[in-house]
Design a protein around this ligand. Structure first.
Ligand code: NAP
Length: 311
């Protein structure tokens, strides 16, 4: 099916960046279409309470917050669809955006497909995500006051999360699958110097035990050298094993950096293709917060509006 309408802007992705772009684009009369993707609302829909987003002094559930963002965008005329963009063609304007066989034409595109935390792939993590298992220390660390926490990973993220979590936890155990860390020396030294952090090397987490009602009670740890498995008690598990930007559809079409993040011009949301803008975690491997994503979504809509005015 081809929709012959040439839209002013299509927004791909529906986390804080995409839906903020939708609010601003709708209020600028750009009649945005939002393709929400496979995880409508983005990463916030797999967290529980959000307590650090300004304006919600009592906190708000991540999914509820994204419902409010969507409602606000729709109020001004944004059209949101639970559809996943499978392919794009940015070789000439109007640009083409595909949802399987459906083709949509547009004068500008705002990409806000986000990033996904890498997971271990355990069955238990699906059930316990937000109930003791987390991929974001900044978001969830506060809920683990005086608790014992495991952090998985051996890179800078894991080191940073482990150090940060000692502000709340009574004890943090860093579990890494190898003998050597990938992290930078300064980050490793900070962890080694912290009396609240213990390190277990050459071990992988093979299961997480607990329930949504009572949270995490322990993990199963397998020694990678002798193969022995043991139970290890803890109250929470944080993954620090990296993020993967959701840019598979854009490889070879717009500029990505070595890690796959979209490259934007500093201080703006412009990509190397005029008319294509990127905001949120898909172009930010550093801050990765809802509020920074929302801010860059606002920037993308303003950048798109300016681009369309100058056409
Ligand atoms: P990363 O450097 O890719 O490290 C990921 C870590 O997780 C590695 O130690 C890896 O183990 C481990 N891992 C991956 N998959 C695993 C699995 N399935 N099971 C167990 N362990 C697994 O990712 P990152 O730490 O998020 O860092 C990403 C980039 O951001 C880096 O360039 C980093 O320097 C940067 N960063 C910088 C800062 C800072 O400077 N403040 C903070 C955070 C991130 P192996 O080592 O065995 O592969």
């Amino acid at each position: 099916m081809t929709d012959k309408t040439i839209h002013k802007t299509i927004i791909i992705g529906s986390g804080p960046a995409g839906l903020t772009a939708a609010i601003y684009a709708a209020r600028a009369n750009l009649s945005p279409i939002v393709f929400e993707g496979n995880q409508p609302g983005g990463q916030l829909t797999i967290t529980t309470d959000v307590e650090n987003y300004p304006g919600f002094p009592d906190g708000i559930l991540g999914p509820d917050m994204m419902d409010l963002f969507r409602k606000q965008a729709q109020k001004f005329g944004a059209e949101c669809f639970y559809k996943h963009v499978s392919k794009v063609d940015f070789s000439s304007s109007p640009f083409k955006v595909y949802v399987q066989e459906e083709e949509y034409l547009t004068e500008s595109v705002i990409i806000s497909t986000g990033a996904s935390a890498r997971m271990l792939g355990l069955d238990a993590e699906k059930e316990l995500m937000g109930y003791g298992v987390s991929t974001c220390a900044t978001c969830d660390g506060y809920f683990f006051k005086e608790k014992e926490i495991v952090v998985v990973g051996g890179g800078d993220s894991a080191m940073e999360e482990a150090s940060f979590l000692t502000k709340f936890a009574s004890k943090v155990t860093l579990v890494h699958r190898r003998d050597e860390f990938r992290a930078s020396k300064i980050m490793i030294d900070r962890v080694l110097d912290n009396p609240k952090i213990e390190i277990i090397k050459n071990a992988v987490v093979t299961d997480i035990l607990g329930s949504q009602k009572d949270g995490v009670s322990s993990i199963l740890l397998k020694d990678t050298i002798d193969g022995k498995e043991r139970n290890f008690e803890c109250d929470g598990v944080f993954y620090g094993i990296g993020h993967k930007p959701n840019t598979d559809q854009f490889k070879g079409i717009i500029n990505l950096n070595d890690q796959g993040y979209i490259v934007t011009n500093p201080g703006s949301t412009l990509t190397n293709v005029a008319g294509i803008f990127a905001c949120g975690d898909v172009q930010d491997d550093h801050y990765r917060q809802a509020i920074t994503a929302a801010g860059s979504g606002c920037m993308a809509a303003i950048d798109a509006e300016k681009y369309l005015e100058d056409l």
